[in-house]
Design a protein around this ligand. Structure first.
Ligand SMILES: [Zn+2]
Length: 376
């Protein structure tokens, strides 16, 4: 991956290039961004840059022997660690390690420059399972770094989503993170630093990767997804800086949430219990990631409704039909009720993470909403 392959983010790119120019290559760095940000892509472009044999001032050359191996993620001095789980192919938990999934990881990253964990889980056929970085991986990290570097300037240990690391593994790598062997660079890429151990964070130099702005998303959707300008603009509004989401919206896979949510609210409003149970069945049949994403959509609607209530109609980042729905929604609920509803959606998300039964969870949430409608 070259810096030029990544849309926008000029400030972070130039800060990274500047640090290399000043020979400040920290031995442990944390690329911190949110889901759908360029954090992983930047870490990969940076790793390729510091190992390129003929770098220019702004980018790696893209064709030296190091770059060609980096482009395919097959460089012997690039080690990647990422969350995994057991699958049909690797049934034992001891087999659920990054090394075994490396061929799939390469294929996945080449197609997804802005990946999220649920996409990766789906890619390896583990949609409803929680992936993590197991205890065993810490041993693999230490082992890989104890080997002499083959050919590169820097041996790179890339850890994608260290927040999913088993605490045992996280503790086991503290020492090597603090004092890695010479010419070794740890690049961690996280979407949620709140879940990282403070002892890990304190050992890392932070590189904050901002979410994409609307112009960057529009430009990506136009050039990579060949969307017309107005459509790209609409989706940029909806995706709130998350390029992964923008791409899914452009493929039409995320828009159904809007319909589901609207119909579900209508059913609750009418206290139509028969249909409510049918919705619970539908919710149950979705993958865990779809269920979460639906609840996130609900939270998005509530945020926009709050804005609407405070008279910030022009700040609302939605399409015309959604705008009407939000207008109605804000007529039915007052600000305090919207807050209660948001809290309940957030709680449901937590319970989903802890593997609550989705049907019961959805039914309880529906009853909560019905009661809220009845208050008026
Ligand atoms: Zn090169």
């Amino acid at each position: 991956m070259q810096f030029s392959d990544i849309t926008g983010l000029d400030d972070v790119k130039s800060a990274l290039l500047q640090s290399v120019r000043n020979s400040h290559i920290a031995h442990a760095q944390l690329f911190l961004g949110s889901e759908g940000s360029g954090a992983l892509a930047l870490a990969l472009a940076y790793a390729q840059y510091i190992n390129c044999q003929q770098p220019t001032a702004n980018d790696s050359c893209g064709h030296c022997s190091s770059c060609s191996k980096y482009e395919k993620l097959i460089h012997p001095d690039l080690h990647c660690i990422f969350p995994t789980t057991t699958t049909k192919k690797f049934k034992k938990s001891s087999e659920a390690i990054s090394g075994n999934y490396m061929p799939q990881w390469r294929a996945f990253i080449q197609e997804n420059h802005y990946p999220i964990l649920s996409d990766w889980a789906a890619f390896i056929g583990a949609e409803n399972k929680q992936c993590n970085i197991s205890k065993e991986e810490s041993r693999n990290i230490i082992k890989a770094l104890s080997l002499k570097s083959f050919e590169a300037n820097y041996k790179v240990m890339l850890v994608w989503l260290p927040e999913w690391m088993h605490p045992f593994a996280a503790n086991a790598i503290l020492k090597i993170l603090e004092e890695p062997p010479p010419n070794t660079v740890f690049l961690m890429v996280s979407y949620n630093s709140d879940q990282l151990l403070s002892t890990i964070i304190s050992r890392l130099q932070l590189i904050y990767v901002p979410s994409f702005n609307d112009t960057e998303i529009v430009s990506y959707l136009q050039s990579e997804m060949t969307l017309p300008a107005d459509k790209a603009q609409q989706l940029a509004f909806l995706s709130e800086g998350n390029l992964n989401k923008a791409v899914k919206l452009s493929e039409g896979s995320a828009l159904t949430h809007a319909d589901f949510f609207k119909q579900w609210m209508r059913v609750c409003f009418k206290m139509d219990f028969t249909n409510m149970l049918q919705f619970a069945e539908q919710f149950y049949s979705m993958s865990k990631e779809e269920q979460k994403s639906l609840l996130f959509y609900g939270l998005h609607i509530m945020r926009e409704t709050t804005l609407w209530k405070y008279g910030a109609q022009n700040l609302i980042r939605v399409q015309e039909d959604e705008r009407n729905f939000i207008g109605n929604f804000s007529n039915v609920f007052d600000a305090a009720q919207i807050e209660m509803l948001s809290r309940e959606f957030n709680n449901s998300l937590k319970w989903l993470e802890r593997n609550s039964n989705p049907k019961i969870l959805f039914t309880n949430l529906s009853i909560f909403i019905i009661k809220l409608f009845k208050v008026d």
